[in-house]
Design a protein around this ligand. Structure first.
Ligand SMILES: [Mn+2]
Length: 345
């Protein structure tokens, strides 16, 4: 890791070493869960785990009362792209030190904020939060967890990623294949897709205690994986192509479960030469999203532009998600216009 990045990140290592009681707020996906599992193995402190309200990226996703009731010396945010303004507010409200280890696009923050991507480093070099953690701590014996986080976040994009061979090597060292990691990711991610918090906590425990093989052999996770798979099939059939501008395509779907990213990824993969815009209402969350992904266009500038327009948007180089205020009608037009201006038709 680069020197000036290190100073921020080193501070976190130092603070974690001395913390006595830590609340770990982690993202609900495989990278977030793998990151939490690694940290729980590294830390000597008493740890409390907390998963923010699924689908939300803001203070409203965090149960302050619960956090306040804990005897905390530190709150550690892992792989959860909480806007920096909210990180600062959280610290103030709880009156406890807050540290962040992440790789989502965000504004840079000084002190205990270890996020190479927010500091301007390429996401290519930091494909997962588990990888950032690997850079920070000596976790060589936990590399399979690191690989799991990478596969979770990259998905099929790992095929053309420079980390592919490293990940395959780590699988081999544990008698596994790359497709086994895909299966484990699918099993873990079935929890948030079904909006099932107990399942997420279960997945983290299984992963921590019985590693990737434990996840692959777990009955509950494998049952949920099958349920989600069936759901995805049906949802894909229901997904409608509403507008086709060539390089930009708009799709629409209303569904019960939180399948936004898996369907969005699938659409992006099917139309890899385009940018896909996916308007998805999720009943279980009571929210509507605009998910934008592309395998061929870097979207970072567009994300920044929409952020500056006051949109509730988060993401990375090749993907961003807007959470709409109510229905997405107004936001959709702005997104389409901005995209068409940038990538053409
Ligand atoms: Mn991640």
């Amino acid at each position: 890791m680069k020197d000036h990045l290190l100073s921020n990140c080193r501070k976190i290592v130092e603070i974690l070493r001395t913390a006595s009681s830590v609340a770990i707020l982690h993202h609900w996906d495989a990278d977030g869960i793998a990151s939490a599992a690694i940290l729980s193995k590294i830390l000597n402190a008493q740890t409390f785990f907390y998963v923010p309200k699924i689908g939300c990226y803001g203070l409203e996703a965090i149960n302050m009362e619960w956090l306040r009731s804990l005897p905390l010396s530190l709150v550690l945010i892992l792989d959860y792209g909480l806007p920096v303004e909210d990180v600062l507010k959280l610290e103030k409200t709880l009156n406890v030190k807050v540290a962040v280890i992440d790789h989502h696009l965000n504004k840079p923050l000084s002190n205990c904020f270890c996020n190479p991507v927010a500091m301007g480093f390429s996401e290519e070099n930091y494909p997962s939060t588990t990888w950032v953690i690997r850079d920070l701590f000596n976790v060589k014996n936990l590399d399979l967890y690191v690989a799991l986080g990478i596969v979770g976040d990259l998905g099929k994009a790992i095929e053309n990623h420079k980390f592919k061979n490293w990940v395959i090597k780590k699988c081999q060292e544990h008698g596994l294949l790359l497709k086994d990691l895909f299966k484990a990711v699918e099993a873990i991610d079935s929890c948030y897709r079904l909006v099932d918090y107990n399942c997420i906590n279960h997945a983290r425990k299984v992963l921590t205690e019985s590693r990737v093989k434990g996840v692959l052999n777990d009955t509950l996770l494998s049952k949920n994986k099958d349920i989600v798979r069936e759901n995805i099939g049906k949802a894909l059939e229901k997904t409608e192509l509403i507008r086709d501008y060539g390089k930009v395509k708009l799709f629409k779907l209303e569904c019960d479960n939180y399948l936004t990213s898996i369907i969005g990824r699938e659409l992006a993969y099917r139309f890899r030469g385009s940018v896909i815009v996916f308007d998805n209402a999720v009943k279980k969350l009571g929210l509507e999203y605009i998910y934008v992904r592309s395998y061929s266009f870097n979207l970072r500038n567009i994300l920044s532009k929409l952020k500056s327009k006051g949109f509730n948007v988060g993401g990375k180089d090749y993907v961003f998600v807007i959470t709409c205020k109510g229905k997405c009608g107004k936001e959709i037009n702005t997104v389409l216009n901005t995209l068409l201006r940038h990538v053409g038709v």
